[in-house]
Each structure stands twice: as structure tokens, then as C-alpha cells.
Design a protein around this ligand. Structure first.
Ligand code: NDP
Ligand code: A1CAB
Length: 269
């Protein structure tokens, strides 16, 4: 990939996760990063991670200096931020919005005619190269723009192109999903502590169990139910635990969690 400058308007948690992932993957040097944020704390943290050279005083400076401009504010600020920097945008730039719910129509209207826009839903595991992301192309974005975004996101995890209407469901599943799974990990660890394990050991075993099970699904390609059957001995320990999960509605709770998060994403539009 040719040398490029990647800017972030909004230097919060998701911007930091993406920037760190891009730098770790060698897609950009710290000198190729730009960021602006009204929060001195967020900007200071960004500078701690990537060096003081990345910070800029205004969103416009970031837009002017960036080839790829990530808009990484909360959804309610996306249109006003783009209106603010609109004069610095043209067909040679690529605008990438990561905001939940904010539609391509709104982003494109705020960015201006002919500005290539891609709407992305990333997740925080991009920080450690294990992101699960999806993206949809705006009307002025070509396959080449899609390829650039796929290459960036591919360096920090998996990237799937989808039709825009699917992005609310993606948000409910993989955007918000890490928070659901952290709750699962915490609860597994609590179960371990209840059964007598020291907290630190329980926390380590819980996280590795979730990571290992996910890797089994991804690497074997087996259906999760088949993998579950391979753990479950007749009359054994696992079926005793699974019966409790069914009684307490784990499946339904997770289905409802993803559905509620997807619904909320649609509401944000
Ligand atoms: N966190 C996550 O797991 C994911 C988040 N997203 C999306 O990413 C976006 C950012 O989320 P997240 O990183 O969690 O949020 P954060 O609040 O951590 O980061 C947003 C940052 O934008 C700053 N900001 C506010 N107004 C402006 C402005 N006018 N110009 C420049 N910066 C501004 C905020 O400053 P201040 O705090 O002072 O307002 C804050 O530091 C959201 O749209 C969210 O939907 C998508 C996928 C996953
Ligand atoms: O909670 C949120 O709204 C954001 C979007 C997906 C994950 N975090």
C-alpha cells in the first residue's frame, strides 16, 4: 500500500483501537496518523500511544492532511463535524464513518457531492488484530475505495462488505457483541470462583476458554452444535451445565441482546 495519512476526527476508544491496530500491522507509521478531539484527555492518550506529532488543533487540519479520514465521534456529531470540514473534502479523499446508525445518505449529504464515503462497523478487538468488521460503500465510492477499506480493516481483523441495510444487524452482533461476551467471561469466572478457584486463575481460564472455543469454530468450520456434542459426555459434567443454561435462557438472552442492539442502531439513524 502506498504511503498514506490516516486521520481521526474523534480520538476516543474506537479510534485508538483502530489506530493502534493499523500501526501494529505496519499499514501506517505513527508519523502518518492525525487526530483531533475536544477532549484533552483523549488527545493526550492518543499522543501517548503514537507520539505528540499526531495531534491537531482542529478537525479541519486533520481533514486537510489526511488521505483517509475516519469520523470517529459519537453518532450525533457526525453530520456537524463533516459540515465543519466539508471545504477540505473532495473526490481524492476517502471518508470513513464508524458511527453506529448514521446512514450513508446522511454522511454523504454532510460530506458533499462526489466525496467517496464508506460506512464501517468495526469492533474494539481491532486493537489486538481480532476485529470483526463490516462495511458498505457510498454512491461515490468505487471498488478501489472498498479495496482500501478492506485492506485497512483486514489488517486488524476480518472485513466483510455488506449491503447498507445489514449494518444495523452487524452493529447488534459484532459491534456491541464484545460487551456481551465480556459479560459471559466475567460470569464464567464467577462460576469458577464459586466452585473454589482463585479469582485470577478463574479469569484466565474463562477468557482462554472463550477464545479457544471461538478458534475451534473458526478453524474447524464445524457447526457449534457438533463441537458442543464433542464436549458433552453421556451422563457427564457438561450436560449437567448445559441443562442449567437452557433452564435459565442463555440462548434467548443473547438473541434478545443482539436484537435490541440492532434495533437501537436503526433508531440512531
Ligand atoms: N466503542 C465501540 O466499541 C464502538 C464504537 N463505534 C462507534 O465509534 C464512534 C466512537 O465511539 P467511541 O470511540 O466508543 O466513543 P468515545 O466517546 O470514546 O470517542 C469519541 C470522541 O469524539 C470526541 N468528539 C466529540 N465531539 C467532537 C468533535 N466535534 N470533533 C472531534 N471530536 C469530537 C469525544 O470527545 P468528548 O468526550 O469530549 O465528547 C470523544 O473523545 C461512535 O460513533 C460509535 O458508534 C463503532 C463500533 C464499536
Ligand atoms: O454502544 C454503542 O453504541 C457503540 C456502537 C457499537 C459498539 N459500541
Amino acid at each position: 500500500m502506498p504511503q498514506q495519512t490516516i486521520g481521526f476526527i474523534g480520538a476516543g476508544r474506537m479510534a485508538q483501537a483502530l489506530a493502534k491496530g493499523f500501526v501494529s500491522a505496519g499499514l501506517v507509521g505513527a508519523d502518518g496518523l492525525r487526530a483531533s478531539d475536544p477532549s484533552a484527555e483523549a488527545l493526550a492518550y492518543f499522543a501517548d500511544l503514537f507520539g505528540k506529532g499526531a495531534g491537531r488543533e482542529s478537525n479541519t487540519q486533520v481533514a486537510q492532511e489526511s488521505d483517509v479520514l475516519f469520523v470517529a465521534t459519537k453518532p450525533q456529531y457526525v453530520e456537524s463535524v463533516l459540515a465543519e470540514v466539508r471545504k477540505s473534502l473532495d473526490a481524492k479523499k476517502l471518508v470513513v464513518s464508524i458511527a453506529a446508525g448514521t446512514t450513508l445518505r446522511k454522511i454523504e449529504a454532510a460530506a458533499g457531492d462526489g466525496v467517496p464515503v464508506v460506512r464501517v462497523m468495526p469492533n474494539t478487538p481491532c486493537l489486538v488484530g481480532s476485529g470483526a468488521c463490516a462495511y458498505a460503500l457510498g454512491s461515490a465510492a468505487t471498488a478501489e475505495h472498498g479495496g482500501r477499506v478492506a485492506e485497512l480493516l483486514g489488517a486488524v481483523g476480518a472485513a466483510h462488505e455488506v449491503a447498507e441495510p445489514l449494518l444495523d444487524a452487524v452493529t447488534g452482533l459484532s459491534g456491541s457483541g464484545p460487551a456481551f461476551i465480556y459479560t459471559v467471561i466475567e460470569s464464567l469466572a464467577d462460576g469458577g470462583v464459586r466452585a473454589g478457584l482463585p479469582r485470577a486463575l478463574a479469569a484466565d481460564l474463562a477468557a482462554r476458554t472463550v477464545a479457544g472455543a471461538a478458534q475451534m469454530v473458526l478453524q474447524t468450520g464445524e457447526h457449534p452444535a457438533a463441537l458442543r456434542d464433542a464436549v458433552t459426555s453421556p451422563g457427564g459434567t457438561t450436560i449437567a451445565g448445559l441443562a442449567e443454561l437452557e433452564k435459565n435462557g442463555l440462548r434467548s438472552a443473547l438473541v434478545e441482546a443482539v436484537t435490541a442492539a440492532a434495533r437501537r442502531s436503526a433508531e440512531l439513524a
